[in-house]
Design a protein around this ligand. Structure first.
Ligand code: AMP
Length: 396
């Protein structure tokens, strides 16, 4: 499937609606942006549109306001930051549709930027409501989607609007995402190692299936380990278990043979809190006691995974190796971040938690591509359709 890029469209004198991903973390009052990574990531597309002579309308969701205006989820704090980064005035609207927006957009000249208020202040956005989509579409001549993280959702700003605007394209960030994720599905250099962690097998079943076809090894970490171990009759104590996924786990184990690599040892604790006492067990000779749970991969696993990654030519990682939010249980996850960074192969990291680990480890510049969309990248890799991308596929 190919997609027209913003590079290939004439934008001179056009009003361009860019769906960006400004779903940034704010402080608890909603007044300060605590990480501007996503805003910076959107700049190349915005700057290109301006250079090409467009007037730019920016739209995004932020958080989950549940269809109602919520002061702590306003895009207000983003406008001054954008002004600083772009070195020009940004007009922030009080809503994303309605008279004020129509009036301001009607008056825009090339080079102007309008930032709309949070799209999800209207329930119609997530409902992909045709009237709401039409109101958004009426603002622009050209539609550009640069919000990969929302592309797996058929919402008004990602799907409905794109059906109504004739000229449409993907932005530079979206283009980069598709390029790298497509690489993971084609035939990259081998050994191809996938690292899959996180809380649950559910949500990652299809992607695990796909990695069974594509990768040479799948290194497992995180709580999903324990459903796999329990499915083989190994005692997991009080570790997280998805009882309803035991059959799925058995099917994956049987299909995988030695491709699926489970942790050799575990960091266990009785309490999920900082400064809790921890112990390392291998789980086979020394089972996890019933009052304790696995919270990280153990040192022998870290060593083994590091050795496996050292020879890799292509690495893809999604999901933490343990409860990495608590520093005592973050060692395995951070060790993976460093091991991936040290590898001379290509590396793709997806998912908010893995991305956070990469940044905590300070190795972002040593990763080939950090995906901006956790859910969307899993859907893409699993081979599911992404409505926000499908609607932009080239027909002519
Ligand atoms: P996911 O969204 O499925 O990628 O899961 C991410 C979450 O999994 C993180 O919040 C981790 O704290 C959690 N997690 C990872 N390992 C474990 C574990 N062994 N026990 C409980 N939670 C875990």
């Amino acid at each position: 499937m190919s997609h027209r890029s913003i590079r290939d469209i004439d934008l001179t004198g056009k009003k361009v609606f860019i769906r960006v991903d400004f779903n940034v973390p704010l402080d608890e009052n909603g007044t300060e942006v605590t990480s501007d990574t996503r805003i910076r990531a959107a700049l190349p597309t915005i700057q290109l549109a301006l250079r090409k002579g467009a007037a730019v309308i920016l739209a995004s969701h932020l958080g989950r306001p549940k269809g109602r205006p919520k002061s702590t989820m306003s895009l207000d704090p983003i406008a001054p930051l954008l002004e600083k980064l772009l070195g020009q005035h940004v007009t922030k609207t009080g809503d994303c549709v309605g008279d004020e927006v129509n009036h301001l957009v009607a008056q825009m000249s090339p080079g102007d930027i309008v930032l709309l208020e949070n799209l999800r202040f209207h329930a119609a956005e997530e409902a992909n409501d045709p009237d709401f989509s039409a109101q958004l579409a009426s603002l622009c001549d050209v539609y550009v989607n640069d919000a990969f993280g929302s592309a797996h959702r058929a919402h008004s700003s990602t799907e409905g609007i794109a059906r109504l605007v004739h000229k449409k394209a993907i932005g530079l960030l979206m283009e980069k995402e598709l390029e790298y994720l497509t690489m993971a599905l084609s035939k990259p250099e081998r050994p191809y190692i996938a690292i899959v962690g996180g809380a649950k097998i559910s949500g990652k079943i299809d992607v695990l299936d796909r990695f069974l076809e594509l990768a040479d090894k799948i290194l497992i970490g995180g709580a999903m380990t324990y459903t796999f171990l329990h499915a083989q009759g190994i005692a997991i104590g009080g570790s997280l278990l998805e009882k309803d996924k035991l059959d799925v786990a058995r099917t994956i184990i049987n299909k995988a043979g030695d491709k699926l690599v489970l942790p050799k040892d575990h960091v266990i604790t009785a309490k999920l809190q900082a400064d809790a006492n921890t112990r390392v067990v291998d789980g086979y000779n020394e089972p996890i006691p019933s009052n304790m749970k696995g919270v990280d991969i153990g040192p022998a696993t870290v060593d083994f995974y590091k050795k496996t990654l050292a020879n890799a030519r292509f690495i893809i990682w999604n999901g933490p190796m343990g409860v990495f939010e608590i520093p005592e249980f973050a060692r395995g996850t951070l060790a993976m971040a460093h091991a991936i960074a040290e590898s001379s192969g290509l590396s793709i990291v997806g998912g908010g938690d893995s991305e956070k680990a990469i940044r905590t480890a300070g190795v972002e510049t040593s990763i080939t591509h950090i995906s901006t969309g956790g859910g969307a990248s899993l859907e893409f890799l699993a081979g599911h359709r992404l409505p926000g991308i499908e609607v932009l596929s080239k027909t002519t």
